[in-house]
Design a protein around this ligand. Structure first.
Ligand SMILES: *Cc1c(COP(=O)(O)O)cnc(C)c1O
Length: 395
């Protein structure tokens, strides 16, 4: 071993045995070295009996998979590079030409867009249903329905659906798809904390780990969790074929975030409810949408099924305020920054044109702004909202 470049690569360093730290080590790999040809042939990446290649997992990603499965009350977990990739992976793993997928009209928009573009091109039919009506879902099931998405609450508009009733409508359907019907929940809002997806009847729980599990607004990742090993294998083998691996550094960020997820969820829940109740009393506000607020759609179901609520609230302004006035309100905020995503340390907001993103009727006429409440002092956030509301009056 003469050349310095060879010596630098084949260095004698071994990680210290007996070194115990609070955080797990971060392992990064494309290549994983096998000691012998026999070992190379024997290790089975499909069943995680050993390490074979970075794309198929490292000690760091296996650790995160176990913790996310625990958080969700599930058994098996697959990590993917974003929350949207988790939604897409479920569709790719389960659907084939001739199948139908049902998605709530108020679902996370890119879930619908993937179905309208890629899935449609692959011969899969999308049917949108009203998440607040189990009867509407029941009427849209057919013998071709293979996948039913649930989301609680609706994206942007935050209606909380009756998950057990929606699941019951699916299970009661008389002539199911010959391969069965799979119920998948986008559980990003509940995060494994507000309710247990599997106890409420989901077969698959998907999360954008980008949101609460990370909590830092600095990493993108998603997860697909199941209790069924057969379903896990469908998802996981597809994952390996499409190459949706995640990096050790990103997994480390989510592992760090998980240590404080319960505390952050509770603190942001409390602050969000304080601001939701205060906003309800403001003259400019027509309605506050938040599942824990009485009168918000699905509030009674939320109370029955959930022990907490996330950091999202939406405000519908009185219709006398023009969109320009609503935009001025958003531009006048100082602590709340304009931006997408949520569950990070910084409070965010964004205006949405709801009729443009849903096909079913929307009862409100005024503009809507969705807020993500961060970890700032609630009194400062309230003062910021107050000065921005005052700016609306000059319309
Ligand atoms: C953010 C979000 C996603 C997608 O997560 P990304 O990591 O941004 O791709 C999916 N579903 C819901 C409900 C979300 O809020």
């Amino acid at each position: 071993m003469s050349d310095i470049s060879t010596q630098l690569i084949h260095h004698p360093y071994q990680p210290p045995a007996g070194f115990e730290s609070v955080q797990p080590g971060v392992y990064k790999a494309s290549t994983v070295i096998f000691p012998t040809v026999a070992a190379l042939r024997q290790r089975d990446w499909k069943h995680k009996t050993g390490y074979t290649y970075g794309l198929h997992g490292t000690p760091t990603t296996f650790t995160l998979e176990e913790r996310i499965a625990t958080l969700e009350g599930g058994t098996f977990c697959t990590l993917v590079p974003s929350g949207l990739a988790a939604v897409v992976l479920v569709g790719m793993a389960l659907l084939k030409a001739g199948d139908e997928v049902l998605i709530p009209d108020n679902a996370y928009g890119p879930n619908k867009a993937f179905a309208q573009h890629e899935l449609a091109a692959w011969g899969v039919t999308l049917r949108l249903y009203d998440a607040m009506s189990p009867a509407d879902l029941a009427g849209k099931l057919s013998g071709n329905t293979r996948l039913v998405w649930l989301e609680a609450p609706g994206s942007i508009t935050l209606e909380f659906p009756d998950l057990p009733a929606l699941v019951a409508a699916v299970k009661a359907y008389g002539q199911p798809h010959k391969d069965g019907v799979v119920v998948a929940l986008d559980n990003t809002w509940g995060a494994g904390i507000a309710f247990n997806a599997f106890d409420l009847g989901a077969d698959i729980s998907v999360q954008a780990l980008t949101k609460y599990p990370s909590g830092g607004a600095d990493v993108l990742m998603g997860s697909v969790v199941t209790r069924s090993e057969a379903l896990h294998h469908l998802v996981h083998f597809c994952h390996m074929r499409v190459g949706y691996g995640v990096s050790g550094n990103d997994a480390e960020l989510v592992l760090r975030g998980l240590d404080t997820i319960s505390l952050r969820y509770a603190a942001q829940d409390e602050a969000t409810r304080v601001l939701a109740i205060w906003l309800q009393q403001q003259a400019q506000v027509e309605a506050v949408l938040h599942p824990a607020i009485s009168g918000s759609p699905g509030h009674e179901v939320w109370k029955r099924d959930c022990s907490a609520a996330a950091c999202l609230l939406s405000v519908v302004f009185k219709p006398d305020f023009s969109q320009a006035a609503v935009d001025r309100f958003c531009d006048s905020l100082r602590l709340f920054k304009l931006g997408y995503s949520w569950a990070g340390p910084m409070s965010l907001c964004a205006p949405y044109d709801v009729p443009a993103i849903r096909s079913m009727p929307w009862p409100w006429k005024g503009g809507l702004v969705r807020f993500s409440i961060g970890l700032e002092a609630v009194t400062d956030l309230q003062a910021d909202l107050s000065q921005a509301l005052a700016s609306m009056q000059y319309s």
